[in-house]
Design a protein around this ligand. Structure first.
Ligand code: AR6
Length: 173
Protein backbone atom coordinates (compact mmCIF):
# COMPACT_ATOMS: atom_id res chain seq x y z
CA UNK A 1 0.00 0.00 0.00
CA UNK A 2 2.90 2.29 -0.82
CA UNK A 3 0.66 4.56 -2.90
CA UNK A 4 -0.97 5.96 0.24
CA UNK A 5 2.39 6.84 1.82
CA UNK A 6 3.96 10.23 1.09
CA UNK A 7 7.44 11.42 2.06
CA UNK A 8 7.82 15.15 2.68
CA UNK A 9 10.79 17.18 3.81
CA UNK A 10 9.53 19.76 6.29
CA UNK A 11 8.15 20.67 9.69
CA UNK A 12 5.39 18.46 11.06
CA UNK A 13 3.63 21.27 12.94
CA UNK A 14 2.65 22.87 9.63
CA UNK A 15 0.93 19.82 8.20
CA UNK A 16 -2.74 20.08 7.29
CA UNK A 17 -3.84 16.59 8.22
CA UNK A 18 -6.40 15.14 10.64
CA UNK A 19 -3.65 14.12 13.08
CA UNK A 20 0.05 14.59 13.55
CA UNK A 21 2.10 12.13 15.58
CA UNK A 22 4.46 13.26 18.30
CA UNK A 23 7.64 11.37 19.24
CA UNK A 24 6.92 11.54 22.96
CA UNK A 25 8.41 10.02 26.11
CA UNK A 26 6.71 7.61 28.52
CA UNK A 27 6.10 10.33 31.06
CA UNK A 28 4.33 12.49 28.43
CA UNK A 29 6.44 15.19 30.01
CA UNK A 30 7.33 17.17 26.91
CA UNK A 31 10.91 17.66 25.80
CA UNK A 32 13.03 18.80 22.87
CA UNK A 33 12.99 17.79 19.22
CA UNK A 34 9.65 17.29 17.57
CA UNK A 35 7.92 17.08 20.98
CA UNK A 36 9.08 20.58 21.88
CA UNK A 37 8.06 21.93 18.48
CA UNK A 38 4.55 20.45 18.72
CA UNK A 39 3.94 21.76 22.23
CA UNK A 40 5.21 25.23 21.28
CA UNK A 41 3.07 25.46 18.16
CA UNK A 42 0.00 23.77 19.66
CA UNK A 43 -0.15 25.79 22.86
CA UNK A 44 -0.86 24.82 26.49
CA UNK A 45 -4.01 22.72 26.02
CA UNK A 46 -1.96 19.81 24.69
CA UNK A 47 0.20 19.75 27.81
CA UNK A 48 -2.90 20.04 29.97
CA UNK A 49 -4.45 17.00 28.27
CA UNK A 50 -1.17 15.09 28.63
CA UNK A 51 -1.19 15.90 32.34
CA UNK A 52 -4.70 14.43 32.71
CA UNK A 53 -3.63 11.23 30.89
CA UNK A 54 -0.54 11.05 33.12
CA UNK A 55 -2.68 11.31 36.23
CA UNK A 56 -5.21 8.76 35.00
CA UNK A 57 -2.87 6.22 33.40
CA UNK A 58 0.60 7.05 34.70
CA UNK A 59 1.86 8.00 31.23
CA UNK A 60 2.30 5.86 28.12
CA UNK A 61 4.50 2.74 27.92
CA UNK A 62 7.13 2.39 25.19
CA UNK A 63 5.57 1.07 21.99
CA UNK A 64 2.17 2.57 22.78
CA UNK A 65 0.34 5.81 21.95
CA UNK A 66 -2.23 8.19 23.41
CA UNK A 67 -4.28 10.96 21.80
CA UNK A 68 -5.02 14.60 22.62
CA UNK A 69 -6.57 17.48 20.74
CA UNK A 70 -4.40 19.56 18.44
CA UNK A 71 -4.72 22.89 20.29
CA UNK A 72 -3.69 25.70 17.94
CA UNK A 73 -2.33 23.34 15.29
CA UNK A 74 -3.98 22.86 11.91
CA UNK A 75 -4.31 19.19 12.82
CA UNK A 76 -7.36 18.31 14.91
CA UNK A 77 -5.48 15.70 16.95
CA UNK A 78 -2.01 14.90 18.21
CA UNK A 79 -1.18 11.24 18.72
CA UNK A 80 1.68 10.90 21.21
CA UNK A 81 3.65 7.76 20.38
CA UNK A 82 6.53 6.50 22.49
CA UNK A 83 9.34 4.87 20.54
CA UNK A 84 12.19 2.89 22.10
CA UNK A 85 15.51 4.28 23.23
CA UNK A 86 18.22 2.60 21.11
CA UNK A 87 20.35 0.29 23.27
CA UNK A 88 22.32 -1.51 20.56
CA UNK A 89 19.54 -3.53 18.93
CA UNK A 90 19.14 -6.50 21.30
CA UNK A 91 16.48 -5.01 23.52
CA UNK A 92 13.44 -5.51 21.32
CA UNK A 93 13.91 -2.07 19.80
CA UNK A 94 12.71 -3.12 16.32
CA UNK A 95 9.41 -4.52 17.59
CA UNK A 96 8.85 -1.61 19.94
CA UNK A 97 9.37 0.85 17.10
CA UNK A 98 6.93 -1.04 14.85
CA UNK A 99 4.47 -1.11 17.72
CA UNK A 100 4.64 2.68 18.17
CA UNK A 101 3.52 3.05 14.53
CA UNK A 102 0.83 0.36 14.74
CA UNK A 103 -0.68 1.68 17.97
CA UNK A 104 -0.79 5.19 16.46
CA UNK A 105 -2.62 3.90 13.39
CA UNK A 106 -5.08 1.96 15.55
CA UNK A 107 -5.89 5.09 17.53
CA UNK A 108 -6.27 7.01 14.27
CA UNK A 109 -8.89 4.54 13.09
CA UNK A 110 -10.76 4.75 16.39
CA UNK A 111 -11.02 8.51 15.93
CA UNK A 112 -11.96 8.27 12.26
CA UNK A 113 -8.73 9.99 11.24
CA UNK A 114 -8.13 9.65 7.51
CA UNK A 115 -4.92 11.60 7.05
CA UNK A 116 -1.98 11.40 9.43
CA UNK A 117 1.62 12.64 9.53
CA UNK A 118 4.47 10.87 11.34
CA UNK A 119 7.92 12.15 12.24
CA UNK A 120 10.86 9.74 12.23
CA UNK A 121 10.13 8.28 15.68
CA UNK A 122 13.15 7.43 17.89
CA UNK A 123 15.85 8.58 15.46
CA UNK A 124 16.67 11.86 17.23
CA UNK A 125 17.34 11.99 20.97
CA UNK A 126 16.55 8.26 21.26
CA UNK A 127 19.41 7.33 18.91
CA UNK A 128 17.76 4.66 16.73
CA UNK A 129 19.80 4.31 13.50
CA UNK A 130 17.80 6.08 10.83
CA UNK A 131 18.33 3.58 7.96
CA UNK A 132 17.03 0.75 10.10
CA UNK A 133 14.19 2.85 11.52
CA UNK A 134 13.11 3.99 8.04
CA UNK A 135 12.80 0.39 6.79
CA UNK A 136 10.78 -0.65 9.85
CA UNK A 137 8.54 2.43 9.77
CA UNK A 138 7.68 2.18 6.08
CA UNK A 139 7.22 -1.60 6.05
CA UNK A 140 5.02 -1.50 9.14
CA UNK A 141 2.81 1.30 7.82
CA UNK A 142 2.55 -0.18 4.30
CA UNK A 143 1.49 -3.55 5.74
CA UNK A 144 -1.01 -1.92 8.08
CA UNK A 145 -2.67 0.06 5.29
CA UNK A 146 -3.67 -3.11 3.43
CA UNK A 147 -6.55 -3.57 5.87
CA UNK A 148 -7.25 0.04 6.73
CA UNK A 149 -9.32 2.85 5.27
CA UNK A 150 -6.78 5.52 6.30
CA UNK A 151 -6.34 7.55 3.10
CA UNK A 152 -2.91 9.08 3.48
CA UNK A 153 0.11 8.63 5.74
CA UNK A 154 2.80 11.27 5.48
CA UNK A 155 6.32 10.91 6.80
CA UNK A 156 7.69 14.35 7.58
CA UNK A 157 11.48 14.33 7.48
CA UNK A 158 13.21 17.23 9.10
CA UNK A 159 16.56 17.03 7.32
CA UNK A 160 17.58 16.42 3.72
CA UNK A 161 19.61 13.42 4.84
CA UNK A 162 16.68 11.80 6.63
CA UNK A 163 14.51 12.46 3.60
CA UNK A 164 17.01 10.69 1.36
CA UNK A 165 17.29 7.74 3.73
CA UNK A 166 13.50 7.35 3.81
CA UNK A 167 13.26 7.74 0.04
CA UNK A 168 15.75 4.92 -0.48
CA UNK A 169 13.83 2.68 1.94
CA UNK A 170 10.57 3.63 0.20
CA UNK A 171 11.96 2.72 -3.20
CA UNK A 172 13.10 -0.65 -1.82
CA UNK A 173 9.68 -1.48 -0.33
N1 AR6 B 1 9.09 18.27 12.35
C1 AR6 B 1 9.44 17.03 11.94
N2 AR6 B 1 10.47 16.34 12.46
C2 AR6 B 1 11.17 16.93 13.46
C3 AR6 B 1 10.86 18.22 13.96
C4 AR6 B 1 9.76 18.90 13.36
N3 AR6 B 1 9.38 20.11 13.75
N4 AR6 B 1 11.75 18.53 14.94
C5 AR6 B 1 12.59 17.47 15.05
N5 AR6 B 1 12.26 16.52 14.14
P1 AR6 B 1 13.26 13.49 18.44
P2 AR6 B 1 12.98 10.74 19.53
C6 AR6 B 1 12.89 15.21 13.88
O1 AR6 B 1 14.50 13.69 19.22
O2 AR6 B 1 14.28 10.35 18.98
C7 AR6 B 1 12.08 14.40 23.04
O3 AR6 B 1 12.72 15.20 23.97
C8 AR6 B 1 14.28 14.99 14.37
O4 AR6 B 1 15.21 15.60 13.48
O5 AR6 B 1 12.24 14.57 18.40
O6 AR6 B 1 11.81 9.82 19.37
C9 AR6 B 1 10.88 13.65 23.61
O7 AR6 B 1 10.28 14.35 24.68
C10 AR6 B 1 14.36 13.47 14.31
O8 AR6 B 1 14.62 13.03 12.97
O9 AR6 B 1 12.44 12.16 18.99
C11 AR6 B 1 11.49 12.36 24.08
O10 AR6 B 1 12.02 12.46 25.38
C12 AR6 B 1 12.94 13.02 14.66
O11 AR6 B 1 12.14 14.21 14.56
C13 AR6 B 1 12.60 12.12 23.09
O12 AR6 B 1 12.97 13.39 22.59
C14 AR6 B 1 12.79 12.45 16.05
O13 AR6 B 1 13.66 13.11 16.96
C15 AR6 B 1 12.14 11.28 21.92
O14 AR6 B 1 13.21 11.03 21.07
Amino acid sequence: MKERIKLIKGDIVEQEVDAIVNAANSALAGGGGVDGAIHRAGGPTIDEECRVIREQCGGCPTGHAVITGGGNLKAKYVIHAVGPIWKGGNFNEDNLLASAYIESLKLAEEYNIKTIAFPSISTGAYGFPVERAARIALRTVADYLVNSDIKEVRFILFSERDYEVYLKAYNEL
